[in-house]
Design a protein around this ligand. Structure first.
Ligand code: SF4
Length: 512
């Protein structure tokens, strides 16, 4: 009997951009008595159904973007006689889909670090429940990923998580509702140990795949002080101190290490934090700018962001302190007008950001926006091949509407066309070359151009969708470029690298 874990995808580039971390964490959560699981990442290669034997266990993790393929994988596995267990954010929100359309024996909701093992045991014993509540585990219970199972040279970036949950409440985001608003921050030791293990394998580019790397702002602390809530102040200060401790330890890693993370714009006001990021070689961060006007920000509950010139200054501050910004912008908000597109393109350039993504407003399940939209359309909902568009992930990709939420003044085509125009403007060769001044050597500049073009090719129209973001738009050009780019990312393995600054033993060697 084998355990298989499948990360579903319709399209493969042969090389992955970021490791699908969940595969390697659930590999660690698989009880040792079942042996090492077989890991299949369909962003690299499609599942071969023949490898599944009757009695095997197949785990399928899905999010909204790959749910349709994931449900198909579940049916294939079940028809091969396997026990099928679903997990991931989409199954957490819609367990019945996994049971009915994915032919699952069981679904694990929430964190799988503990519940996955129990689900396998009970499914094999025939005593399983249909739904396992994994809940939101405390950070001490997060498992270290099994990077020893990763095929060498498969990905450009590896991914390590340092904190789950986000205290904000943006209306288009499901993170705060599914991962919680209380930041669950991991201890520094296991994080550094995972990173060292990855560096030993030759991975020097590492995404700190956190919901929000800056979960405690200076404003949060000042507010708690003003309220006289000293217990809260102490808790927030301790979380902040742990962040600095992590960054000090990251700074001790090999000098060619590069980290990237996701962060809120408020970090611009905390220059000590930005300086610590620079020293830790956290060279870039995805910053959710979303909208450039106060009305737009208010409409997505993100009015803690700045607008106009203040926004430009705030974004510039990141670069002034050595942190490059990948700015994320949303188009199609009710407050957007024709001029919003040009204004956004201009602002992105003026703010000196290094990369940008421009996504169209999509109601994702689990968000406030989705609930509102679903309620508004009610029973009078448009259907495609009998599927209501409020379940759009079940509609075959080529038949799906491109935009779902009606706009008061613009048609979906107009929004798409103008959004595409902003991508074209920001990623025009001349503009990329100007931004390439962020690196010195000619070879690095050419690498920067290649990566910018690849980024635009892969994510225009879709936005970055975590570690398995692949869409049908992937083409041969992107495949070739991805192979070329991968050479830039990987480094010679360092099998003898030691864990720096470990508790009680500064030169401790990893014991595996
Ligand atoms: S968009 Fe970012 S800041 Fe807003 S809730 Fe989601 S993770 Fe938090």
């Amino acid at each position: 009997m084998k355990v298989h874990l499948v990360n579903p995808s319709d399209v493969s580039f042969g090389v992955g951009v970021i490791t699908p971390r969940w595969l390697y964490v659930l590999a660690a959560a698989t009880p040792a008595k079942y042996g090492d699981p077989v890991l299949i990442d369909e962003t690299l290669e499609a599942l071969d159904p023949e490898t599944i034997q009757p009695g095997d266990v197949v785990g399928v993790g899905i999010h909204t973007a790959n749910a349709l393929r994931g449900l198909e994988v579940g049916r294939i596995a079940r028809s091969r006689g396997a026990i099928v267990i679903f997990g991931g954010i989409h199954s957490t929100l819609y367990p019945n889909e996994a049971l009915e359309l994915g032919h699952a024996h069981a679904v694990v909701k929430g964190d799988g670090d503990a519940a996955w093992g129990q689900a396998i045991d009970e499914c094999l014993a025939g005593t399983n429940k249909q739904v396992y509540e994994g809940g939101q585990l405390s950070a001490g219970k997060f498992l270290k990923a099994r990077w020893d199972l990763m095929k060498p040279g498969s990905y450009m970036w590896a991914s390590v998580q340092t904190v789950r949950g986000c205290p904000k409440h943006c209306s288009f985001c499901s993170v705060w509702r599914t991962d919680g608003q209380q930041p669950r921050q991991r201890e520094t030791d296991p994080v550094i140990e995972e990173i060292v293990q990855l560096r030993r394998l030759g991975y020097r580019f590492i995404a700190l795949a956190d919901d929000n790397f800056y979960p405690v702002t200076l404003t949060d602390i000042a507010l708690a002080e003003k309220q006289g809530n000293m217990e809260k102040v102490a808790e927030l200060r301790s979380l902040r101190a742990e962040r600095f401790n992590l960054m000090e330890r990251l700074a001790l890693l090999p000098k060619d290490s590069v980290f990237f993370t996701q962060i809120t714009m408020e970090a611009a006001e905390d220059t000590d934090f930005l300086d610590a990021m620079r020293k830790a070689r956290i060279k870039g961060a995805l910053v959710g700018v979303e909208a450039v006007t106060p009305e737009g920000l208010k409409s997505v509950f993100k009015d803690f962001n700045m607008a106009g010139d203040n926004l430009v200054n705030q974004l510039r501050k990141f670069k002034e302190h050595g942190v490059h910004v990948l700015g994320s912008f949303i188009f199609g908000l009710n407050t957007d007008r024709e001029g919003t597109f040009t204004a956004t393109a201009e602002l992105a350039k003026k703010a000196d950001i290094t990369f940008a993504q421009f996504v169209t407003m999509t109601p994702f399940p689990g968000t406030v926006d989705f609930d509102k939209w679903e309620k508004n359309v009610g029973d009078d909902v448009l259907k495609v091949q009998g599927v209501p568009i409020t379940r759009y992930w079940l509609i075959p990709g080529h038949l799906r509407p491109k935009l779902y939420m009606p706009h008061p003044t613009m048609s979906p085509d107009e929004i798409r066309m103008r959004t595409q125009g902003v991508w074209d403007n920001f990623y025009a060769l001349g503009e990329i070359w100007k931004r390439a001044s962020c690196v010195k050597a000619l070879k690095s500049k050419l690498g920067f151009v290649l990566i910018s073009k690849l980024y635009r090719q892969m994510y225009a129209n879709t936005g970055i969708a975590t570690d398995s973001a692949r869409r049908k738009t992937a083409n041969r050009w992107a495949r070739v470029t991805a192979k070329l780019c991968q050479r830039i990312f990987l480094a010679p393995p360092m099998p003898n690298l030691q864990v720096p600054g470990a508790t009680n033993n500064p030169l401790r060697v990893l014991g595996n």
